[in-house]
Design a protein around this ligand. Sequence first.
Ligand SMILES: NC(=O)c1ccc[n+]([C@@H]2O[C@H](COP(=O)([O-])OP(=O)(O)OC[C@H]3O[C@@H](n4cnc5c(N)ncnc54)[C@H](OP(=O)(O)O)[C@@H]3O)[C@@H](O)[C@H]2O)c1
Length: 243
Amino acid sequence: MNVLVTGSSRGLGRSIILEYASNGNDVIINYNNSKDEALELKDYVESTYHVKALVIKCDISKEEEIDSMIDEIYNEFGHLDILVNNASIDLDQDFELKTKEDFMKTLEVNLVGTYLLSKKIGLKMLERKTGNIINISSNNGLDTPYPESIDYDASKAGVISLTHNLANYFAPYIRVNTICPGWINTDMSKKISNEFKEEELKKILLGRFAEKEEIANLAYFLGTDKASYINDSIIRIDGGVRR
Ligand SMILES: NC(=O)c1ccc[n+]([C@@H]2O[C@H](COP(=O)([O-])OP(=O)(O)OC[C@H]3O[C@@H](n4cnc5c(N)ncnc54)[C@H](OP(=O)(O)O)[C@@H]3O)[C@@H](O)[C@H]2O)c1
């Protein structure tokens, strides 16, 4: 199968690529800034797992870059089986300092980018009457409010809403599901202070942040036939929340 994972130069996206590639799938690695990491990942999966890997630079907040990425993928691979909408930014800062520009930038990447990719690739999948879309949201999109990430939380709640409309539109041919992780050990979570991390750890029943691979396993499972009846689902994976 051919699998595109957006934002797969680093972090969770990289682990999702490794999961699919190690199971024999051809992969498209998308980056925006981290070119060297993306090229290193391509070399690694091609030499280790003997699959085909394509690296594409695309800022998913720019529609023309999305269009040229899709053209390149379809020219090179003919079709896509799985789209994993993983790329995301968080511009955490003081509630009072956050600007409209910050808010719009976060929505453009996390929500509008996910919408455009899902719509454009979903319609192509529909022509073949088969496909699979997996979105990475966050438990912030469900019920974990943080005023300093009000834009990020709104974008992630928006991705949950997209899931239902996309699953509806593409039924019965394309399954659309969304994963809502809690904290994961990646660059995104490295930015927080030790004090805040301690507070957050106290709320998690398993007492630790997730490893990237623990979330990537679920992103892989949803793309397989073992998940053939899972559709339009919002799946929380956060180690359990202390109540
Ligand atoms: N880490 C957590 O605690 C956590 C918790 C819940 C949910 N999540 C979600 O899990 C997913 C992965 O997060 P992560 O922690 O792996 O993030 P990360 O370490 O910050 O990595 C973000 C990735 O997204 C890419 N990206 C950012 N803006 C992009 C754009 N405009 N176009 C294309 N790619 C772009 C980056 O690529 P470049 O470096 O090439 O620019 C990078 O590969 C995200 O959807 C995030 O919201 C994370």
